[in-house]
Design a protein around this ligand. Structure first.
Ligand code: NAD
Length: 291
């Protein structure tokens, strides 16, 4: 079994990005600048957004974190977005999800200038992605493509089963892997909560991408021998033995599935770190495009 080490791979990618940033600096060109908006104090969201800002600093990007109160009105949030849209120094920005219930998430994502939408959530960018046109591919699916590529995992002609159809992971993943592209050309089955006989379907898969958010959902008896397993799930489970008071658990029953898998991502240290690295990659791309 080969562990798909997202921590190491993302460190390699960040190193490559840092070299490019150093080159920009040497040439006295503008370095990439990522801004992040976070609304409220959701623990996981604050952790994620802080990790993104820290990653920017490590590769030499400029970063701006905009913290807004939980009770901010939708109109005020849209105004903040407009400020970033027209700020020439900002190459790209993200609005950390989820947003409070009184704010229409779709409306907010639509307000982001597609050229600065480094999360790739704007319908214009989702449409381009679906048409296999150059765009910002959202960071989690982009990270999975990159991980598969860097570990030389063949996808062409393979049976891929994606579990979960969210707009940010499952759905784009299924589109990308079915496309005619370097990491693609797969026969993809997109499954979800209404799928019947899921185990029967997953047992046919050469590659399984689990993105449903149910801890240890995918068991060994749902997986064929030598399958490639990508675990996107991240659930915080209370754990008094940890300093933080919780541990992170994926959607795959790691120990039993690892015994059958040819390749598998751990949680943590698999897809999670790749997501941050690809956000940086998108920001660098935004910077290049604007230059
Ligand atoms: P979501 O929570 O929006 O949707 C879950 C999906 O799973 C739905 O499409 C649903 O139909 C499907 N589903 C639910 N129960 C199912 C079942 N029994 N069988 C088959 N399908 C079922 O999904 P999301 O936002 O993509 O998040 C999924 C998981 O991935 C979460 O744990 C989340 O924290 C994690 N995540 C991780 C990263 C990362 O960077 N690693 C990024 C995004 C999401």
């Amino acid at each position: 079994m080969i562990l798909l080490d997202g921590k190491k791979t993302s460190a390699d990618i960040k190193e490559e990005i840092a070299l490019e940033v150093a080159e920009l600096k040497r040439n006295e060109q503008k370095v990439p600048h990522l801004a992040a908006i976070i609304v409220g104090n959701n623990g996981a969201s604050v952790t994620y957004v802080n990790a993104k800002v820290k990653a920017c600093e490590r590769v030499g990007f400029e970063s701006t974190l905009i913290r807004l109160p939980e009770n901010i009105s939708e109109e005020d949030l849209l105004n903040e977005i407009e400020v970033l849209n027209v700020d020439n120094d900002i190459d790209g920005f993200i609005v950390q999800l989820p947003l409070p219930d009184h704010i229409d998430e779709q409306k907010v994502l639509m307000a982001v200038d597609p050229d600065k939408d480094v999360d790739g959530f704007h319908p214009t960018n989702v449409g381009k992605m679906a048409l296999n046109l150059p765009t910002f591919i959202s960071a989690t699916p982009f990270g999975i493509l990159e991980l598969l590529e860097r570990y030389n995992i063949e996808t062409s002609g393979k049976n891929v089963v994606v579990i979960g159809r969210s707009h940010i992971v499952g759905s784009p993943m299924s589109i990308l892997l079915s496309q005619k592209r370097k990491v693609g050309n797969a026969t993809v089955t997109l499954t979800h909560s209404r799928t019947k006989n899921l185990s029967q379907i997953t047992r046919e898969a050469d590659i399984i991408i689990a993105a449903l958010g149910i801890p240890e959902f995918l068991k060994a008896d749902m997986v064929k021998q030598d399958a490639v397993i990508i675990d996107v799930g991240i659930t915080r489970l209370a754990d008094a033995s940890k300093k933080s008071g919780y541990r992170l658990v994926g959607d795959v029953a790691f120990n039993e599935v690892a015994e059958k898998a040819s390749h598998i991502t751990p949680v943590p240290g698999g897809v999670g770190p790749m997501t941050i690295a690809m956000l940086l990659k998108n920001t660098l791309l935004a910077n290049k495009r604007r230059a």
